[in-house]
Design a protein around this ligand. Structure first.
Ligand SMILES: *Cc1c(COP(=O)(O)O)cnc(C)c1O
Length: 360
């Protein structure tokens, strides 16, 4: 399957946006990676082509039955001009886990990673280098077969698009207000909550809209069965620091196994800070606050890295965490992870993968 990647050159390149206006997911680079799949041929025709709209059959199964999965990772430019990725092999593995759950074909992880590196190299001028910025990489796969029967499709497309993204926060991490959701659920055990499939995000919008209407930034999701145990915050994993110890919900089949989550756990172990993965009820969190032991709460994910929580509202019971200030540990983890990602700190875990070195 080690195939040559074809290249179709574009005549006129786009004008690059100002770093200040980047935001998230608003701009796309000049080229994209595309590859097709047919059950009789396997994956074929890998190519880097000008970024452009797609033509799809209206009966393409993705529109009707939702076989669509994705990944999200970032490329960083370090001060000395190294372009690097953060644990990309984890994203490749998770892409295949998502495919497996949705009855979609497996990809060759090494090949896709090499294709992503080639695309990044083609688009190296699109990687911003200011503090907090990066090039967001979005690989995704969806069913393209024109067929209205309900069964796994026999044809798919894999694309990788790139989007320069700005600093998630300005100069400092901003604690956010979180609404604990009791009416809507994100995912159920036995369902698809543990993989990155499009439908999960469609299903989350209603609750998110409701939270925003009430002045909350994100949802804290509880388990779908008992409405009792903490699962995730928005589309991030969640951590609590209680009386000097850190806890995060144990992966149970409805929680997404985040790369950032895994990295935070490894980092805490490395620092000899106690960290446990376990079932945590929302009641326990509020009880810890009552005892004055709830020290920090933060979400983790590729986009924000660390997102401190300043307030939790559970059915009208409102608690504030660390007086809306960023916790010391949250800040330390953020500095360490972003330091490693941006090549400013030692990487004792060998998490970064070099793509190339460019002139700065
Ligand atoms: C992507 C995602 C995360 C975070 O995963 P990372 O690999 O750390 O970016 C957490 N929860 C959900 C629901 C997600 O989609």
């Amino acid at each position: 399957m080690r195939q040559e990647i074809a290249f179709v050159e574009k005549e006129e390149l786009k004008r690059k946006p100002d770093t200040a206006s980047l935001g998230f997911g608003k701009y796309y680079s000049d080229y994209m990676f595309v590859m097709d799949y047919h059950s009789e041929k396997g994956w074929y025709d890998p190519r880097i082509v000008p970024y452009a709209p797609l033509t799809l059959d209206p009966a393409a199964t993705v529109f009707h039955y939702g076989q669509a999965i994705f990944e999200g990772l970032k490329a960083y430019k370090t001060p000395d001009g190294t372009i690097q990725l953060f644990r990309p092999e984890k994203n490749m593995q998770r892409l295949n886990d998502s495919c497996e759950r949705l009855c979609m074909p497996q990809i060759d992880e090494e090949f896709l990673l090499s294709a992503i590196k080639e695309l990044i190299l083609t688009e190296k001028d699109w990687i911003p280098s200011e503090v907090g910025t990066s090039l967001y990489i979005r690989p995704f796969i969806f069913a393209t077969e024109a067929y209205l029967g309900v069964r796994p499709a026999q044809e798919y497309k894999l694309l990788v698009i790139l989007s320069p993204s700005g600093a998630y926060y300005g100069d400092q991490l901003n604690p956010v207000k979180i609404h604990v959701e009791e009416d809507y659920v994100r995912a159920v055990i036995g369902g698809v909550g543990h993989v990155k499939t499009a439908g999960n995000y469609a299903a989350s919008l209603k609750a998110q809209e409701k939270a925003e209407a009430n002045g909350y930034a994100q949802i804290l999701w509880l388990d779908a069965k008992e409405n009792k145990y903490v699962e995730e915050v928005g589309s991030m994993n969640i951590f609590f620091k209680i009386n000097g110890e850190v806890v995060t919900p144990k992966l149970n089949g409805s929680i997404l196994p985040g790369v950032t989550r895994d990295s935070v756990i490894e980092l805490l172990n490395y620092w000899n800070i106690p960290v446990r993965e376990e079932k945590i009820s929302i009641e326990e969190i509020f009880a810890a606050h009552e005892r004055g032991e709830l020290e920090e709460v933060f979400g983790t994910g590729t986009a924000a890295v660390i997102s401190p929580v300043g307030e939790l509202n559970w059915n009208g019971r409102v608690i504030t965490i660390n007086d809306y200030q960023i916790g010391q540990l949250s800040q330390r983890i953020y500095d360490e992870l972003t330091g490693i990602q941006l090549g400013k700190k030692e990487d004792p875990f060998n998490w970064t993968v070099k793509v190339a070195h460019v002139e700065v």
